[in-house]
Design a protein around this ligand. Structure first.
Ligand code: PMP
Length: 429
């Protein structure tokens, strides 16, 4: 038995399912999870001495690669000063100013400790600001695990085949209206019925929790227009896309400005950080300026701010995002031609440094329905074949992949060669 298998068995005795976040348990692909000892650059190293080219990147934060020396040093320097004060610091001001300079729509910003907290707080604010209860979200989009948002959610919820989590009161879930991603007509139909009651639309501007699905032309602008018409708040959940699909996120890439934005992952450089922000007129409704309560003992934590600021400094040169996008395109072009050669039907997509691949006959996947109709059994086999070749892909057919700046040409070529071998094996089965 491997050390990972031993640790997993041991973990299952004291940790539910052996993990602290469900998708890590490999329940989407079968088998037992790999336990990680350390990570560096584009690589993960497990407790059995295996190494893997990593395309999960801690589910997003590691855009510059693991254990980047400048980020590590910033954390070490911050730690020398103390770990947490529960009082304001200069680093928080710099962080808010830095976010605002990169995303001008974030006129005011509040730091929190996770993406879940960011979206939960943004929704409370939108409800408090508008005095309305209803929320419109999209099937297969995941916005963290707060009650209002665990209705027909993506990510681990999809992997487990649970549309809505037990424990979410029906009285609350009834305020969340769910429609199809990329279908503006459905959105219009819901607003025609109850638009005056809708506090907010929340959307992943590029869906990354049902694999990777970009918005179709006009979809995001359509949401903007309808929110303007009905006085609803448009929330872009850029926890995944922020600083990734472009430096300024999806709002810069697609030229559509939300009222509120939620951030996470990259903004913490690997530390537990999230943020929400947007129009000053809305943000000023948050306590202590306004009546909508929101707070956090560790929010704006100095060590987390140091890691986040170091990351945001590193990613600002234009070359960074261009290079990451090229790497992702190269990788997916390689997957695509290798699959074709083996006679395997595969659709691929990239948006900046985010990528997706679908085992499907379709040329493009634009909807939740299509994403869930892909060949999941084939995906599971592919995942394990790649893992055996030293490539760590997201262990679920419903997660986007991430390329970092640290992935070298050699790493990408190694990955494509492994994929070619895996496709040939799949074709022979
Ligand atoms: N929103 C999106 C778009 C996400 O992808 C995630 C996490 N994958 C979240 C919110 C929740 O973030 P966290 O896991 O940090 O709570």
């Amino acid at each position: 038995m491997s050390r990972s298998q031993q640790l997993y068995q041991q973990a299952c005795q004291t940790i539910p399912g052996g993990v602290n976040s469900p998708v890590r348990a490999f329940n989407g692909v079968g088998g037992t999870p790999v336990f990680i000892e350390r990570a560096d650059g584009a690589y993960l190293y497990d407790v059995d001495g295996n190494d893997y080219v990593d395309y999960v990147g801690s589910w997003g934060p590691m855009i510059m690669g693991h254990n980047h020396p400048a980020i590590r040093q910033a954390v070490v320097d911050a730690v020398q000063q103390g770990l947490s004060y529960g009082a304001p610091t200069a680093a928080e001001v710099t962080m808010a100013e830095t976010i605002q300079s990169i995303m001008p729509a974030m006129e005011k910003v509040r730091m929190v400790n996770s993406g879940t907290e960011a979206t939960m707080s943004a929704i409370r604010l939108a409800r408090g600001y508008t005095g309305r209860n209803k929320l419109l979200k999209f099937e297969g989009c995941y916005h963290g695990h707060s009650d209002s948002l665990l209705v027909k959610a993506g990510s681990g919820m999809l992997t487990m085949g649970e549309p809505t989590s037990p424990g979410v009161p029906a009285d609350l879930a009834k305020h969340t209206v769910t429609v199809s991603f990329n279908n503006i007509d459905e959105v219009k139909a819901v607003f025609a019925e109850c638009g005056e009651d809708i506090a907010a639309i929340i959307v992943e501007p590029v869906a990354g929790n049902m694999n990777c699905i970009p918005p179709v032309d006009g979809f995001l602008q359509g949401l903007r227009d309808i929110c303007d018409q009905f006085g609803s708040v448009l929330i872009f959940d850029e926890v995944m896309t922020g600083f990734r699909v472009a430096l300024g996120g999806a709002q810069a890439l697609y030229g559509v400005t939300p009222d509120l934005t939620t951030l996470g992952k990259i903004i913490g450089g690997g530390m537990p950080v999230g943020a929400f922000g947007g129009k000053a007129a809305i943000m000023d409704h948050i306590a202590p300026t306004g009546p909508v309560y929101q707070a956090g003992t560790l929010s704006g934590n100095p060590v987390a701010m140091a890691a986040g600021l170091a990351t945001l400094t590193l990613i600002q040169p234009a070359e960074i995002h261009q290079t990451i996008a090229e790497k992702a395109e190269y990788l997916m072009a390689g997957f695509s031609s290798a699959a074709k050669e083996a006679g395997i039907s595969l659709a691929t997509v990239t948006v900046g440094g985010m990528f997706g691949y679908f085992f499907t006959e379709a040329e493009q996947v634009t909807s939740f329905e299509q994403a869930t109709q892909c060949d999941v059994e084939r995906f599971k086999k592919f995942f394990h074949l790649m893992l055996n070749e030293g490539v760590y892909l997201a262990p679920s057919a419903y997660e986007a992949g991430f390329v970092s700046y640290a992935h070298s040409q050699q790493d990408l070529d190694k990955t494509i060669a492994a994929a070619a071998k895996a496709f040939a094996t799949l074709a022979a089965q």
